[in-house]
Design a protein. Structure first.
Length: 68
């Protein structure tokens, strides 16, 4: 499921649930939609944080050498 989301992050929870139900008929009932929507909210938040803050956290300013 996470791979599907990462490949197509614009998909809605109902679209992903429909795909899951098509690939695994009878295993995933409609009542899982709200659970999936909550999971997508977390994943989208993680992606936004990585996009906004990930590169800043990884970047460190170069050290300046003091003249001797």
């Amino acid at each position: 499921m996470r791979n599907w989301f990462e490949a197509e992050p614009w998909r809605t929870g109902s679209e992903l649930l429909s795909r899951l139900q098509a690939e695994y008929p009878g295993d995933y009932p409609d009542k899982l939609l709200r659970t999936l929507q909550r999971r997508l909210k977390v994943w989208r938040s993680e992606q936004a944080d990585a996009l906004l803050f990930g590169t800043l956290m990884m970047w460190t300013p170069p050290r300046r050498r003091l003249p001797l």
